[in-house]
Design a protein around this ligand. Structure first.
Ligand SMILES: [Mg+2]
Length: 272
């Protein structure tokens, strides 16, 4: 038998671009729960941001935070129970794939004389609200980071290239996304997805088919490495190309509506 595993982006994919609602996808989330198909959230959001969101969605599976920096597994989940050697964080076991943020901040402090930037650790909640438009509660949760540091880059492009080279010497990288340059370990959504697929493979002892859904540039690696790659259409931009894959499905409908359609089709095709 084969088992299905889903790895999904949140903003613009499972969550509506405009109001962050997942309402249109909720019946399908319920169906996945009844079929015992794990739906792993794979996002740039922090652990602190995911707690209220998972409660709202009734989400009980594992999730991947801060762009692939760590996987968190509920410790009472069958997968979590099999992971007892992993460290605990609240009611979760977690596996991280890069250094802690404190190590990143220590290096950034040393580099702050050479390059001009401001990180989240230099900002107040009000500063973050001013530059992102987040509400106070969301900004507070977004600032509770554990594995990555977003920077507002205030130096030249050449300096950014030199900065990236310096970080590489410390096993760190930058990922550009929206307003910020994210400093993080050598990890990404794709690696974290593959790691959790391997864990399910050994838990189930069955072949695992991985379906990945995303809408943005930072989902491309994850889509390239999935068995079933789905680009969810966005009202904000064109579907990003997924190099090397001619079998990508692009949803007709946008956001959670498209998500609902694509997951429904896959379940039907797999006879689930
Ligand atoms: Mg997205």
């Amino acid at each position: 038998m084969t088992r299905l595993l889903i790895s999904t982006d949140l903003d613009g994919t499972l969550l509506n671009h405009h109001d962050y609602s997942a309402a249109a996808a909720e019946p399908m989330l319920q169906k996945l729960r009844s079929l015992e198909v794990p739906c792993v959230l794979n996002t740039s959001k922090t652990f602190a941001e995911l707690e209220p969101l998972r409660r709202r969605l009734g989400h009980r599976d594992a999730f991947i935070v801060e762009n692939g920096a760590a996987v968190c597994i509920p410790s009472d989940d069958p997968l979590g129970v099999s992971m007892t050697p992993l460290p605990r964080m609240g009611n979760y076991r977690y596996q991280s794939f890069g250094p802690d943020r404190t190590a990143i901040l220590a290096l950034l402090k040393k580099l702050s004389g050479r390059f001009r930037f401001r990180g989240f650790s230099d900002l107040s909640v009000d500063d973050l609200i001013a530059c992102t438009g987040l509400d106070a509660a969301s900004a507070t949760l977004a600032m509770q980071r554990q594995f990555t540091e977003p920077l507002i880059w205030e130096d030249s492009d050449d300096a950014l290239a030199e900065f990236a080279e310096t970080l590489a010497g410390h096993q760190l990288q930058i990922q550009r996304g929206g307003r910020f340059v994210h400093v993080m370990g050598l990890c990404d959504k794709a690696e974290a997805m593959r790691w959790i697929a391997r864990q399910y493979q050994s838990l189930w002892d069955e072949k695992v088919i991985v379906m990945a859904l995303g809408d943005g540039e930072n989902d491309i690696g994850m889509l390239q490495q999935a068995d079933i790659p789905v680009v969810v259409r966005s009202p904000a931009h064109e579907p990003p190309p997924v190099p090397g894959r001619s079998d990508v499905r692009i949803t007709e409908r946008e956001g959670p509506e498209g998500w609902y359609d694509a997951v429904g089709e896959a379940l039907q095709r797999l006879g689930l």
